[in-house]
Write a protein that binds this ligand. Structure first.
Ligand code: AMP
Ligand code: MN
Ligand code: MN
Ligand code: MN
Length: 277
């Protein structure tokens, strides 16, 4: 029986994190975590490197993913744990999403330029290191050129917030499709940070009917009340309880690696459900 603490929600440079998978694993080891799950947005590109670093440092790395979906005009993020990341159906959908991310980033840069923000798509690509492009990469290009003084400022109505003047939507699947995709890749499907989108009891119940298996109860940006609220929902609906920091590097000091103390047994329960359809 393993003990210690885990962080089940971590981003790397494969998506919009600032640390490479190897650096993230080193950081986790420095924080004396027992295990971390790599949950990059819409990509599994960081998993193999993290697994390699994990076995060198004797830190368990769980292959995961975080899928952005759209549900009644709201973004709902679905985490997948213990996925078979080589699953061909999963990879097909991911590449469609990644292409759409690329095309919408081109359009957002065009819109920003027409609003007088002189950044280049080439620079955004460099900042994304040739991997999956997301809005933080555009924000970083704006920051470099002094148009904003903080990444958060890019996520406002003048720029690339969802209701922003330069925002462009991208291809998104539904939560039900994401859950199905994760489970068909032998993974465990969990709703991420439901408190951020104020997902309620009945919506979680509906997602459960679509195969949802767990709720991310512990998250850096959940209040104590939200933590309690989702804990009770998970208990009542017999869903798994997970937690993680949603670490992205040093972008946001509220999301510190390992700061959410999630005991190893919660990860064990998730692992027991992997591969069950
Ligand atoms: P995208 O997936 O390209 O639409 O970009 C979404 C990402 O932007 C999220 O995963 C966060 O990392 C980041 N993000 C969203 N809202 C904010 C915000 N208000 N401040 C900073 N970063 C944000
Ligand atoms: Mn992100
Ligand atoms: Mn998320
Ligand atoms: Mn995340």
């Amino acid at each position: 029986m393993m003990a210690g603490y885990v962080d089940m929600h971590v981003h790397t440079t494969a998506s919009d994190g600032l640390l490479t998978p190897t650096e993230v694993v080193r950081e986790a080891s420095r924080h004396q975590l027992t295990a971390i799950a790599i949950t990059d947005h819409d990509t599994t590109g960081g998993i193999e490197e993290a697994l390699g670093a994990g076995s060198a440092l004797r830190l368990e790395v769980v292959p995961g993913v975080e899928l952005s979906t759209i549900h009644q005009d709201r973004e709902v993020h679905i985490l997948g744990y213990f996925i078979d990341w080589n699953d061909s159906r999963l990879q097909q959908v991911l590449s469609r999403i990644v292409n759409s991310r690329y095309n919408r980033a081109v359009k957002m840069v065009d819109k920003l330029r027409s609003l007088g923000v002189d950044i280049s798509f080439e620079r955004v690509k460099v900042l994304a290191q040739g991997r999956v492009i997301s809005r933080p990469h555009i924000a970083r290009a704006m920051l470099e050129k002094g148009y904003i003084s903080d990444i958060k400022e890019a996520f406002t109505a003048d720029y690339i917030a969802e209701d922003g003047r330069a925002y462009v939507p991208r291809y998104k699947i539904s939560p039900a499709e994401a859950i199905d995709l994760i489970r068909s890749a032998r993974g465990v499907a969990v709703i991420a940070h439901p408190g951020l989108e104020k997902i309620d009891d009945s919506e979680i119940q509906e997602l459960k009917r679509h195969g949802l298996q767990g709720v991310e109860v512990f998250h850096s940006e959940h209040s104590r009340e939200q933590q309690q609220y989702y804990y009770e929902i998970a208990q009542r609906q017999q869903l798994l309880i997970t937690g993680g920091s949603d670490f992205h590097g040093d972008r946001d000091e509220r999301r510190v690696l390992g700061a959410i103390r999630v005991p190893y047994y919660l990860l064990s329960r998730v692992s027991d459900c992997a591969g069950k359809r």
